[in-house]
Design a binder for this molecule. Structure first.
Ligand code: PHE
Length: 335
């Protein structure tokens, strides 16, 4: 019995191990032969029983040997049928989302001229989303940004309507010079359609130092437009209004912009709006503890969806969040 257990517990997984097993138990100097040799020393009246026992043992050991042999040679036959020169099965790999592509491209463009990236919370208090940005209480400018309000304990909070809130946090926690962009998701209470969504993504930028002028702003944005849309891009600025900048402007880029996917054609004016900007209002600097008699700065903000729409000719905002692989697959070849 002990021997039998020893045999079965022996882990035979190669033909070599099997051969070692054969020599040890079944070979001409093996255990089985040896035991049969001992038979002559067994008292006559027990010879019959012991002999029978040994026979059973030998049969079992031989059967075990055959069984292993079959198993192992079947395995090695499969092995030799493998054709290692056949091409492998392609694993499907995902592609990057068009909004991620555009976001990284924008981050790349600004980091090359020394901008850092800052992030902040999506659930914001009134101070960081509005008050510190010079939105007076009850002022209609707050309605410009159809806000989602949320209760957080006692406090009324808002889903941030822009990432300008992040810039307030940066101004509060650091001293100029400041050069940073804040990419992130923002929320506005709008009905979902091809042209509007209740959330979208922005990159906003902030530059604060001594003697920063509107010319610096314009040149920075021209550099940005050329990097993003190509050397031919031209920008124009139209006067606008934001509570946190004075003066404020909206920036259009010319339609002569071309990339590997073709050229943009705009039907009516020859210009496409891409962002809002302006010189940071002194009230905003003061609210965050920056001396507006020493420092000045500019800020700008753009929607990533909008830029991505211009670059890739996407005509429906909903495509960005529907996760339809037929849409997403089209971006596999991008970096
Ligand atoms: N925060 C503005 C928006 O969300 C964009 C902006 C940023 C405009 C900075 C001017 C300066 O629409």
């Amino acid at each position: 019995d002990t021997l039998w257990r020893e045999i079965q517990s022996g882990n035979i997984s190669t033909l070599q191990e099997l051969e070692t097993f054969r020599i040890k138990y079944l070979g001409s100097k093996g255990v089985v032969k040896e035991l049969f040799g001992e038979l002559k020393n067994v008292p006559n009246d027990q010879k019959k029983d012991v002999g029978q026992l040994l026979n059973t043992f030998r049969t079992q050991a031989e059967a075990f040997y055959e069984e292993c042999k079959e198993r192992l040679s079947a395995a090695s036959a499969v092995h030799s049928k493998l054709d290692y020169s056949r091409p492998g099965n392609a694993e499907p790999v995902g592609s990057r989302h068009p909004l991620s592509l555009v976001r990284s491209e924008i981050i790349g463009i600004f980091s090359r001229i020394g901008y850092t990236v800052s992030e902040g919370p999506e659930i914001e208090d009134d101070w960081h989303n509005f008050s510190a940005l010079n939105f007076p209480p009850e002022h209609p400018a707050r309605d410009m940004q159809d806000t989602f309000f949320v209760e957080k304990g006692e406090q009324e909070m808002a889903l941030r309507t822009h990432t300008s809130s992040v810039q307030v946090r940066v101004m509060e926690s650091s001293t100029p010079p400041i050069r940073t962009i804040s990419p992130g998701r923002v929320y506005r209470n709008e009905a979902i359609s091809a042209r509007a969504h209740c959330f979208f993504h922005q990159v906003e930028g902030l530059y604060i130092d001594k003697n920063v002028s509107f010319a610096d702003l314009k040149q920075t944005l021209l550099y940005f437009a050329k990097e993003l849309f190509g050397e031919n891009a031209v920008i124009r600025m139209r006067p606008s209004y934001f509570p946190f900048t004075e003066p404020s402007a909206e920036v259009d880029v010319s339609c002569t912009i071309c990339n590997s996917k073709g050229c943009n054609v705009c039907k009516y004016t020859g210009w496409l709006e891409i962002l809002g900007c302006g010189m940071v209002d002194p009230n905003v600097l003061e609210a965050s503890g920056i001396d507006s008699t020493v420092y000045s700065g500019f800020a700008f903000g753009m929607g990533i969806e909008r830029i991505s729409q211009l670059k890739y000719k996407v005509n429906d905002l909903r495509l960005y969040s529907e996760n339809d692989v037929r849409f997403l697959r089209q971006f596999t070849s991008e970096f």
